[in-house]
Design a protein around this ligand. Sequence first.
Ligand SMILES: [Zn+2]
Length: 911
Amino acid sequence: MSPATTRLLPVIILSMFGLFACQREADQSQLSAPAGTENEAQVESRNNDIPFGQLGTEVVPQAYQLTLTIVPELDRFSGKAVIELEISAAKDYFYLHGKNLEVSRVQVTTTDNKLDASYEQVDKSGIARISLPAAVSGRVILEIEYNAPFNQSLEGLYKVSESGEDYAFTQFEAISARLAFPGFDEPGFKTPFDITLIVPQNQVAISNTPEISSELKDGMKVVHFATSKPLPTYLIAFAVGDFDVVEWQPLPATDIRPRELPLRGIAVKGKGDQLSYALEGTNAIVNALESYFGIPYPWAKLDILAVPDFAAGAMENAGAITYRESLLLFDDTATPGRKRRYKSVHAHELAHQWFGDLVTPAWWNDIWLNESFATWMAHVAMDIAEPQANYRRDLLSRGLGVMASDSLVSARQIRQPILSNNDISTAFDGITYSKGGAVLSMFESFLGREDFRQGVRNYLQAFEYGTATADDFIRHLAAASTSQPEDVVIEAFNSFIEQPGLPLVELSSQCSAEGLNINLRQSRYFPLGSSGDSDQLWKVPVCIRTGSGDDSSKTCLLLTQKELSFKLPQACPEWIMPNADGAGYFRFNLSKDDWNKLLANGDRQSTEEMMAMLGSLNGAFNSGDLDISTLMSVAPQLIASADWQVVTSPMGQMEFIYDRMARDGQKKVLEARYAAFYSNRLEAVGLAATEDRDQASLQAALVEFLAETAKQPELRVALVKMARAYTGFGTDNELHPGAANPIIIGTALKVAVDELGNGFTDHLLRLALGSTDAVVRGRALGAIGNNKDPEKAAEIRELVFSTDLRDNEVFSILFPQSFMEETRDATWKWFQQNFDRILKRIPEHRWGRMTVVGNAFCDAEKRAEVETFFSKHIQEMAGGPRNLAKTLEGIDLCIAKVKYHQPELEAWLGQ
Ligand SMILES: [Zn+2]
């Protein structure tokens, strides 16, 4: 699965991404005994063995036949599940999963008997008990007939309406298949599925496998799909509606795959012609993955589906991958950034077809590896498909981006036992995706790309169509290493996944006639104001590059102890880079002298090294080892760089200083200084649209920074003009997509919301709600959410409850209102007053992430309010306790950082 992210609020939205809420406490109201026969002791014994974790291994599904009648126009659907079971110990009751299903008939057939059984949901998380009149064992057929409501919050089997048409889609990961059919809803149970969908005769039905027949019966269309290869419940998918189905040319056979692969694109009616770009790009990615894995695409066909309302970014259902529309539908105005995002996400979901679907985690505690691997593999696959496009750099960028949250005391380890609801629902966060991806990248570099790939191939071949654990994966990697002993690799890998936090490697050096003495010291990195204990050890792969002039040499080692000193037989270098190629997941620190030498030789570092260096420089500022004047003295050199990632790297701290530290009188001075830093770069780039992705990324960041933080008047005027032309405001009031540069129109709309008054906000809202285009709606709502006028903002917040907004659009309003200085206090008050209503609008599996609305506070009083308010509710919010701890810790760190650095701001501004 890919999280739902946007470019503007990456960290916060990523952290908002939650999955599911598995309630561990039995719902006592549903624990009443079946009428009749049992005594209290029997009932109690049954209620004591409800499996809130894994179901166990005594009742194991072997195959499913699912027949579902899905009419999207109705409120409910119905189905029949026939599940073949192997029961190893005689049972007169057993458990499976089913949630909010109204069951009308249950029958169990053994080799010599047919028994009527009963079905009872015994916990609100969707655990159900099948009770039988007699004990059964061996091969047994379980039949359940049921009906259920379409889900209201984008999970299970749910409805989306657009332009008067109703459609049905599914999202089952992690534990929502149980809302659509009864079954054994755990990743470890993989079986073949035979699926039949009964749908209105003019509608299309899609599932994981190709359609093998379809007939009309009683005015309905009965569609049979081919028997699947073994799959877990969470990878099953259905879609029903009057779709546009685009039959693309099959992907041609290759050396690795001897057959053609059928490819289709599916979108709601009228949008099929926007699928061409995504379909066109698919072959190159599938080929790259096949060449990496050495295994053909595992399924009989590939469908990609654009879903108008979708909670995550995308979902890797085997052979039927679902995406948010904004990731899959493209018209002429699509920006290079959006196309790149499509490729990364598409490659991520396609990588899952092998890693996750072909080989599936045995239990949720290893879902991190699924996501870490797909994150890493997406960039590696795109690097194979488009070697000039620097996709691996994006992976490094994500690794550097997650370091702030990995610096919290409340950071979790990558691999965590799934012991409680709270652990499960936080397992799909930035630590899993971005840190996990960065750690894999580090070990790929440590083992060497060839050996690492061989380990991946061996692992997939060993477990294909089955399940495996992270230990299996690491063992295969270690065994494939031709340079490192197995146990060394395993221990080093485990040191990064089984403990939380970010290593800090401090390097000091002395030169003498005999050579260069280097001392390395490791600890856990913490910023100012942290209460964490830095005494922690990893086994860190470290590569140091030393250089003089244009010559450099690299020394690699595994840093296993707290401190290590060694001598390099070389003359005094001009600079030392402690993280060669940026390959290591750690921050480093240097003596002031070594920092100065490294910074002075920035042009001799690769882009990746500069990015790693800047991450460490930021870390040094956050931990108080670097002051504002030094930071600002380095900025001009970075801003002059040829790489946009380097040019834009000082912006984050500059924004923090402006938003949090600067007092009113200081802001104007800062605006002028920031403009002086960056204006000439924007002049060179201009405001016209570009097809070059690097230029586009630079332009987007410069415009946003100079317009919104540095508040440059001329730029703001130009953007308002662009916004007027785009929206037809004051002229024909129609949308003119061709009249604006799509790369910067989002910022232009925000500036126009500030400058043109509430009439423009109303106009923009009308345009947003009148459009079915996810991108148009998203950027307009994002700008509307930025309205800072107290009265209008209050009105806008109420949109959160409007059904005019799609479920996945609610956060475009809620987040900016919570974060902006002008609106956050009022939003916080409103949030507390409307808490119950807000929760009702948000999928239950996201409730725990709602503490994020307190993230922008930076004072003790509001911290106390956030703690007091959420403490009352947090136990009801799966994942809530950890998220609340993160929010509160973030506020503490902000307070400490401001207090420490604020006096330096005076000094720098006085210079
Ligand atoms: Zn994924």
